[in-house]
Write a protein that binds this ligand. Structure first.
Ligand SMILES: Cc1ncc(COP(=O)(O)O)c(C=O)c1O
Length: 447
């Protein structure tokens, strides 16, 4: 196995150090980057920094690069598009790629019913629009979100988000009419119960919620990530989301499924909600939808999507032509390169590795995931489950110093999360996992 990784300078290298000093001067600290490196090239699952060091990427620009960095087909399509036009604004002068992509998303999203799609630029913007559309359609105001959820950083989406620090602390007042219910985080069950003896208290408790928090007929939508991403790669038991869907249907509440992080093959299916047999009324998408070109989407039942009158939704840049043609190529790539099968294979390899390591390291509290959306929760003690947040920081540092870019998640910052491009080769994955093992050994020894 020839090594993909080349670390030939101290890290950060001299050019990164120089840029870091300038960054400190001109970029606010609120924009945080745990890895102190600047990059100049990316291809597939490999990143090259400005000092010529080469890294294996297990973060994929926060889950944006499922189809790999800079796929040739995407670059070619965008180049061709650049020669035609860059921006017209679909609200002024229409163009075909917008409609073609909406047609494609109607076909590949779950649900055998007529669907329509609107495009925006970021995940948060998609969620904002889904909330607006749900309120308009139902004539209700209440929005129910889950604990451990992450939906973005705008006013509405940070309100929907669960983690207080750093996402909402000091940014109030938050948006009104947003309610939280427990998510199915079985490793740290809200009710202190164990699955399946719990009989899904987190679902049945909703009836109580409608009595004590917000009447069901005041709730426009429940929004849920099918696998909670930022919250710690939390996979609910099979009954959880179908249970929520059933309650939604019973009360005329819309189900919004946020696939911003879990979508586009990450879990081994195009959309994670397919694992649970869901047919959401609205789906929000972004990240790997367009291989790094800013694009997000809300796809939903046609009658719901048509609730806002002309002019009530939209935006200057939504559905930029370059992003739309990139996305059409990405969706083709998924079929041609069989990336869904690849996601399952990657997930299996990671899980097997960490299940073996879990036998040696009591610090590995939980190994969980769906497809290649795998999370490893690190704890100080398996009994108390006290989060091993500092150990996770050390582990990530040991990783990048050895040439592997990895990131964390979780309410306590103690979950190692895998968002590697799905085009990562078997060799690259094996190298990255070997390095992670070494890094874990060193990080644990240094405690
Ligand atoms: C599930 C989910 N929803 C929404 C967002 C917000 O997306 P963006 O950062 O593009 O606004 C994210 C970002 O990580 C996410 O994971």
């Amino acid at each position: 196995m020839s090594s993909t990784i080349t670390v030939k300078t101290r890290l950060p290298g001299p050019k990164s150090l120089q840029l870091l000093a300038e960054r400190e001067k001109y970029v606010p600290r609120g924009i945080s980057t745990p890895t102190p490196l600047f990059f100049e090239k990316a291809k597939g699952a490999v990143l090259t920094d400005v000092d010529g060091n080469q890294f294996i990427d297990l973060a994929g620009g926060f889950g944006v690069m499922n189809a790999g960095h800079c796929p040739d087909e995407v670059i070619a399509a965008v180049r061709e598009q650049l020669d035609r036009y860059i921006h017209l604004s679909f609200n002024i002068a229409m163009y075909e790629p917008y409609v073609r992509l909406a047609e494609k998303l109607a076909a590949i999203t779950p649900g055998q019913f007529a669907k329509k799609t609107m495009f925006a630029n970021s995940g948060a913007e998609a969620v904002e629009n889904a909330v607006k559309i749900a309120r308009k359609y139902t004539g209700r105001t209440g929005i129910v979100a889950l604990e451990c959820a992450f939906h973005g950083r705008t006013l509405m989406t940070m309100t929907l988000t669960s983690e207080v620090k750093p996402y909402k602390y000091g940014f109030g007042p938050l948006a009104p009419e947003v309610y939280k219910i427990p998510s199915a985080y079985c490793y740290r069950c809200y009710f202190g119960l164990a699955y399946p003896a719990c009989e899904m208290r987190c679902v049945t408790n909703l009836e109580r919620f409608f009595t004590v928090e917000c009447a069901a007929d005041q709730v426009a939508a429940i929004i849920a990530e099918p696998v909670q991403g930022e919250g710690g790669f939390i996979v609910p038991p099979p009954e959880y989301l179908p249970g929520l869907q059933q309650i939604c249907r019973q009360h005329g509440i819309l189900l919004i499924i946020d696939e911003v992080q879990s979508g586009f093959g990450r879990t081994g299916k195009m959309f994670a909600c397919e694992h649970f047999g869901l047919e959401p009324d609205l789906i929000t998408m972004a990240k790997s939808l367009a291989a790094g070109f800013p694009l997000s989407a809300v796809t939903g039942r046609s009658e719901v999507m048509d609730a806002p009158a002309p002019g009530e939704i939209g935006g200057t840049y939504g559905g930029n032509p370059l992003s739309c043609v990139a996305s059409l190529q990405v969706l083709d790539l998924f079929e041609r390169e069989q990336l869904l099968e690849r996601a399952n294979r990657i997930g299996e390899v990671i899980r097997q590795k960490f299940l073996i390591l879990q036998e040696q390291y009591p610090e590995i509290g939980d190994v969980r995931g769906l497809g290649a959306m795998v999370g490893i929760e690190l704890v100080k003690d398996r009994q108390t489950k006290a989060p091993a947040t500092e150990l996770t920081s050390r582990l990530l540092k040991e990783c990048y110093e050895r040439g592997v870019i990895a990131i964390r998640a979780g309410l306590y910052g103690n979950v190692l999360r895998f968002l590697a491009p799905l085009v990562i080769t078997d060799d690259q994955l094996a190298q990255a996992l070997e390095i992670m093992e070494e890094a874990l050994k060193t990080a644990v020894a240094g405690q």
